[in-house]
Design a protein around this ligand. Structure first.
Ligand SMILES: Cc1ncc(C[n+]2csc(CCOP(=O)(O)OP(=O)(O)O)c2C)c(N)n1
Ligand SMILES: [Mg+2]
Length: 345
């Protein structure tokens, strides 16, 4: 049976598909700013909904890491092939998934991004190039090498993108994947979102190098380390790496340094963090950084900031209403997309 789960646009706004949202983002820095705000507010609402019992399982919030998601989405084409992790609500929204499709997915509803059978950590929207997200650390890296190899063989001008955490760079798949990507010179960009923690361990307790991106040197691969609190900086580093890959220059490792404001998941109070660390990062909040920059450039003022926030709140209220109105996922659908082969066949 063909693999054809529902993916892509569910929307409360007529004519606004995931692809429309992506295109709007790529041309307009105010939209980029608005998307940062939207991601922050959606994450907060998702935690509330789960706390109130309107969904199952856990969630891994990306509050504080929004600029990495938006910076990536600015540079990546919808036709490129993106694979990411369990902490990907922000990336999904940045790439174009609507708040309603995301919230409905997490609430297990049929209008969710994958019909409600994937949930928080299995987001997909092939209309904007998000092939899948997966929580197995590093597992997307060899898959990305395969995607990039397929691109190379088919001589298309796409690029394969893999997004993973700092913890995943200690997994064998990271090293094997980067090694092979370099040897085959495939069009791939490996993006390490260094939020300084892998579950409950600070990265310097588990990782013997201070600049993770330098690990690329072992594989003769170009690398860059970029300020992950700054949309423009992330977009520029991504653009450079993507251009190199598209032009046949092979893979790059990009490290975006950032911080997660919440614990690893919603039951983690993050009591292991040193005192004052969160406050230091809050002082470099990605939303504030972009707000100040756009204000200095005369593109935004206090009224605009208030309007954008109110518009996001309204949109999210409508998205939640939409999700509640959507029927629960069809449990049978879980089995519809499983391949089986009879013994001896
Ligand atoms: C192969 C594997 N080992 C262990 C886990 C359990 N686990 C889930 S998330 C996580 C930490 C991930 O840290 P990082 O890669 O830095 O991503 P982050 O959660 O910080 O975004 C661990 C150990 C897993 N999912 N996969
Ligand atoms: Mg991490």
């Amino acid at each position: 049976m063909a693999y054809a789960p529902k993916t892509g646009p569910s929307t409360v706004l007529e004519g606004q598909s995931a692809l429309d949202r992506r295109e709007a983002l790529q041309g307009d820095r105010i939209v980029q700013y608005e998307r940062l705000v939207e991601i922050r507010l959606v994450e907060q609402r998702i935690r509330d909904l789960l706390t109130e019992g309107h969904g199952w399982g856990t969630t891994h919030s990306c509050d504080g890491q929004e600029a990495v998601a938006v910076g990536i989405a600015v540079a990546v084409r919808p036709t490129d092939l993106v694979v990411a992790t369990h902490r990907a609500h922000g990336l999904g929204l940045a790439l174009g998934i609507t708040p309603e499709a995301l919230i409905a997915e997490i609430m297990g509803r049929q209008d969710g991004a994958v019909g409600g059978i994937g949930g928080s950590i299995h987001l997909t929207d092939t209309t904007v190039g998000l092939l899948y997200t997966v929580t197995l650390m590093g597992a997307g890296i060899p898959v990305t090498v395969g995607n990039a190899m397929a691109i190379q063989v088919s001589e298309s001008d796409q690029v394969a993108i893999s997004i993973f955490g700092d913890g995943a760079t200690n997994i064998g798949a990271f090293h094997e994947g980067l090694n092979l990507a370099s040897v085959w010179n495939v069009p791939a960009v490996f993006v390490c979102e260094n939020n300084h923690y892998g579950e409950y361990s600070r990265y310097d307790k588990t990782t013997p190098v201070s600049v993770i991106a330098k690990r690329a040197e072992s594989y003769a691969m170009p690398w860059s380390q970029v300020d992950g609190q700054d949309v423009d900086a992330v977009a520029a580093a991504m653009q450079e790496a993507i251009d190199r890959a598209r032009q046949g220059g092979g893979p790059t490792l990009v490290e975006a340094t950032t911080y997660r404001y919440e614990g690893h998941n919603r039951t983690d109070p993050a009591a292991y963090r040193p005192e004052g660390e969160l406050e230091q990062w809050l002082a470099r909040d990605p939303i504030t950084i972009m707000e100040q920059r756009l204000t200095a450039e005369g593109l935004l003022n206090d009224t605009g900031v208030g309007e954008i926030r109110a518009r996001c709140e309204q949109r999210i209220d409508a998205a939640v209403e939409f999700a509640f109105a959507s029927p629960p996922a069809d449990a049978e659908a879980m089995f519809r997309y499983v391949y089986a082969q009879e013994a001896g066949a």
